[in-house]
Design a protein. Structure first.
Length: 337
């Protein structure tokens, strides 16, 4: 493949977009663009656009092109992919604009949504575009043999969707995609801070609360320190300093976590008995950013009675798996053209 390889794998996520080239993660940036309000021209993409998010004036607007795992704003998605690919080509000057791409999509995508991703990819320079479903990419990234005649279950909790799938013989036997994932938990936290502490926090602060004191259980063996939040009082707009505990965050996201639990049980109910036996033996794999939530694996294992394993690098499983698919385009018949 060498230096001139024109192949890239893209994990087009609601929260982050990751690009893999020559088996390495070369771009890992937030899925966000900053546009000129009047002309809709691209001002910034990824990290730079995120810095501006929530801090812009009327001449600039920031857009997250994907919501719930699918492209919500077609033009912005295309600009974002172009912008990120351009960042990559500025790092690697041999890069041309006719690329072979494997792009990862949610397993619940409709034909229209799949076409939107394909069109965006082609407009951003894709000459040959292949698609892979998220849970399949996650399984490859975890290191499972997806072609084996054995059932494996993946629960991939991303930003916009939670994908639950049973994989065997290179195919998805049963899958469930629900639109409750990281973003929903962030919303729960914003709402909790408003209701309980009377303090207004934005998306980025809520995200930091989730990372620092997010938990799926009200009792943890290793308790994180309280996280101090600074924000305006809703009534008086005076500055406030609020210490937040993991117990209260666990209560605030309880409803959403229960919905993910219910979806996993539902997927297990629809699993053929032979594969069910494999899953009980192998355990269930958790990937995606949501897998990092403290106590989630323990909570699910206790509730469902099957061992849950958190993938080694849950944030990058899907991207790595998409990269593996790129190397094996000829062998993997499950890639969509």
């Amino acid at each position: 493949m060498g230096l001139f390889s024109q192949d890239i794998a893209i994990d087009l996520g609601t929260a982050n977009t990751i690009i893999i080239h020559n088996n390495k993660i070369v771009i890992d940036e937030p899925s966000i663009v900053a546009l000129d309000t009047k002309t809709n021209k691209l001002i910034a993409v990824g990290d730079q656009a995120r810095e501006m998010h929530g801090k812009v004036h009327e001449g600039i607007r920031t857009v997250r092109p994907l919501s719930d795992g699918v492209i919500g704003d077609f033009a912005a998605a295309e600009l974002m992919m172009r912008g990120l690919i351009k960042k990559l080509s500025s790092k690697n000057r041999w890069f041309s604009n006719s690329l072979k791409m494997v792009v990862c999509i949610p397993s619940g995508s409709t034909e229209v949504e799949i076409r939107a991703v394909r069109d965006s990819s082609e407009h951003a320079g894709g000459r040959e575009v292949y698609m892979i479903y998220e849970p399949m990419a996650a399984a490859l990234g975890i290191g499972l043999d997806v072609l084996a005649p054995e059932g494996n279950m993946i629960v991939d909790i991303g930003g916009g969707t939670t994908e639950i799938a049973v994989i065997s013989l290179g195919g998805i036997v049963s899958n469930k995609s629900i639109r409750i994932a990281g973003d929903e938990l962030t919303e729960d936290i914003i709402e909790h801070m408003r209701r309980v502490h009377n303090v207004k926090v934005g998306e980025r602060t809520a995200e930091l609360i989730k990372i620092n004191v997010g938990s799926a259980l009200t009792e943890l063996d290793e308790e994180p320190e309280d996280y101090i939040v600074h924000g305006p009082n809703q009534m008086t707009s005076m500055p406030m300093e609020v210490p937040v505990t993991y117990q209260e965050i666990s209560k605030s996201i309880e409803k959403s976590i229960s919905k993910i639990e219910a979806a996993v049980l539902n997927a297990l109910e629809q699993t053929p008995p032979e594969l069910y036996a494999d899953i009980v033996k192998n355990g269930i794999y958790l990937s995606g950013g949501g897998a990092l939530l403290r106590g989630l694996d323990k909570r699910l294992s206790d509730k469902i009675g099957i061992k849950f394993h958190v993938a080694d690098d849950p944030l990058h499983c899907v991207a790595k798996g998409t990269g593996i698919a790129l190397k094996n385009i000829k062998h993997f018949k499950f890639l969509k053209r």
